[in-house]
Design a protein around this ligand. Structure first.
Ligand SMILES: *Cc1c(COP(=O)(O)O)cnc(C)c1O
Length: 571
């Protein structure tokens, strides 16, 4: 049976560093998903918003204060304008929507079209023209309007572009859940139908909807008051959703859960956490991955081209990296490291030394990721460096403009430098984006991750590091529970203590202690005194982890579990 067309709806898709249409992990995962779908020649079409003003450009002053600037970009330089127009009723007004097209070209030449929805049209009023300008900007009303454009406008735009044959609507996070409104309206017309007819339509629709939840953090699950929802969407639509939305708030996660036949979390542990959050639903797990050709450094690509000939087409073949001579891995990594240090030294005047152990930490600056954990005890860290050898740390990451705690953490990292001894140096690179991510994940000697257990759904930057022969040093959460082979692909910080239910401050103390102990007793001794064994770890990270934690394996799993016709999947 042929695979039906898969519509992939996501609030953000990281298509290219030059297109600031993403903020972080969710967008990068979406981009890697469509890149792998194109490699595999799957009949997929992506839908997102244009985000004409981008997320934001981050500036950091000498004291570590973040400021934000719009990330303007010239849309017509990168995308093709399409003629089609659709209309979405918002606050009782028709809002006109157009689409721009970007084509993601796969390894074998197949393409996945991405439609970026845009309301900046002369027929719309000034306020409506701005609805697709800012990713994660504005208030609840702005967000709900955006979700109406993404979900309802997205389905209508696909139809207007001739995609009548969509077999699956994949809601990448709850932001796209209002697609269900458009699908119900297609079934039922725009009159207010009887409840039994709605039930039947939902039942029919469910076999076509797939939902991936991406975060256990409550703020990541959009909820809107019924007053606001009625104001933006109208009473008739709320009535339509009544059978799917039981609670006192319009909850996009609940809506997507109820409307989908297949729901998954993004790592084994995240599936478990999601089932405990939503016990009424059979939530499965499909562990995230990264797109291998996108996230390898130039020197690692050359190395793999030489030794694992088929790696760009077949990610599984990265298993054969086990046969790469260690010294060649060493040479390739040295190049990746030099490229990173050149940037750090140029931009921050950090004077980083290519012979010194370099630890990387780059991710959204927000409390649960605990970016300051490494610096909790500057004296101890300095003592470890004095004994074992110098430590260089590169940080990067943006705080959401309204995340004051996240901004304070960036400032605190800058301040902490003063308390460090000569053996520890820090640099904070501004404006973390895909290009910087590629440089960082490839160029460090180890990749640090310290989330509060249970809150990191998957994490993907450590997978990018593995792909480039960089072992992880990480708390056991998200993908690392599956990827960590102690002393072989990296190191765990602490035990798998998610079920211990310790107070956050107790966990912080425990994990900081475990982190220092691991650096002192395992990571630094191996780096400075057993360089060959360190190279073996680099090789194992590629062979064991890059061969599995990639989006080709992930997309194939979606195909088997979620995209195949329901009848075929049952048999
Ligand atoms: C990979 C990536 C992320 C996601 O990293 P996590 O480990 O999931 O936090 C975020 N932002 C950028 C720019 C990335 O490249």
């Amino acid at each position: 049976m042929p695979t039906p067309t898969i519509a992939y709806l996501s609030m953000e898709i990281a298509l290219d560093s030059a297109l600031p249409t993403y903020s972080g992990g969710l967008g990068v995962l979406a981009g890697d998903t469509v890149r792998s779908a194109a490699d595999l020649g799957l009949p997929m079409a992506g839908v997102t918003l244009l985000h004409r003003r981008g997320y934001f450009r981050q500036r950091i002053d000498a004291e570590g204060h973040q400021s934000e600037e719009p990330a303007e970009w010239n849309v017509a330089d990168h995308l093709t304008a399409l003629e089609a127009r659709v209309s979405v009723e918002i606050e009782g007004r028709p809002v006109a929507v157009r689409a721009w097209e970007y084509r993601v070209r796969g390894f074998g030449g197949a393409e996945v079209p991405i439609f970026l929805l845009d309301t900046d049209l002369p027929e719309n009023g000034p306020e409506d023209r701005g609805l697709t300008h800012h990713l994660y900007g504005g208030d609840d009303r702005y967000r709900l309007c955006q979700e109406a454009i993404l979900g309802i406008g997205g389905v209508r735009m696909l139809r207007a572009l001739g995609h009548e044959d969509v077999g699956r609507f994949h809601l990448n996070e709850g932001h796209a859940a209002l697609a269900v409104v458009a699908l119900l309206e297609e079934c039922l017309g725009r009159r207010t139908p009887r409840a039994a007819a709605v039930e039947a339509a939902v039942e029919e629709l469910r076999s076509h909807v797939v939902f991936t939840t991406h975060t256990p953090v409550p703020a990541g699950h959009d909820k809107f008051s019924h007053e606001l929802a009625e104001h933006v969407l109208g009473a008739r639509r709320l009535e339509l959703l009544a059978s799917l939305d039981g609670g006192p708030l319009l909850n996009m996660t609940e809506l997507a859960l109820r409307a989908s036949h297949f729901v998954n979390g993004v790592a084994m542990r995240h599936g478990e956490v999601s089932r405990s959050m939503f016990p009424e639903y059979p939530i499965r797990s499909i562990t995230n991955g990264v797109h291998v050709a996108t996230w390898t450094s130039p020197s690692i690509r050359v190395l793999l081209d030489r030794h694992v000939r088929d790696w760009r087409r077949d990610s599984l073949s990265l298993r054969y990296a086990v046969g790469i001579p260690l010294r060649e891995i060493g040479w390739a990594h040295r190049r990746s490291k030099q490229a990173l240090l050149d940037r750090v030294n140029r931009e921050c005047g950090a004077g980083f030394d290519p012979e010194a152990f370099t630890l990387g930490f780059a991710r959204r600056a927000t409390a649960y990721k605990r970016p300051t954990l490494l610096l909790r005890d500057p004296e101890r860290l300095s003592a470890i460096a004095r004994e074992q050898g110098p430590i260089q740390v590169v940080f990067a990451g943006k705080a959401h403009p309204r995340d004051h705690e996240g901004k304070e953490m960036i400032r605190w990292i800058h301040e902490a430098r003063a308390a460090l001894g000569a053996g520890v140096s820090l640099a904070y690179l501004p404006d973390y984006d895909m290009a910087l991510g590629r440089l960082l994940c490839a160029g460090c000697d180890a990749w640090l991750n310290t989330p509060m257990p249970g809150l990191e759904a998957s994490g993907t930057s450590g997978m990018k590091a593995a792909l480039n022969g960089v072992p992880s040093l990480s708390v056991l959460d998200g993908w690392w529970i599956e990827g960590c082979v102690e002393g072989v692909t990296g190191w765990a910080i602490g035990d798998d203590d998610y079920r211990e239910r310790l107070a956050p401050s107790a966990l912080d103390a425990l994990h900081a202690d475990a982190l220092y102990a691991k650096l002192e007793s395992a990571v630094l001794p191996r780096f400075y005194r057993e360089p060959d064994r360190y190279l073996e770890m680099r090789r194992s990270a590629i062979a064991l982890n890059a061969s599995f934690f990639n989006t080709q394996r992930m997309v194939l799993q979606y195909l088997y579990d979620a995209y195949r016709p329901v009848e075929a999947a049952r048999s």
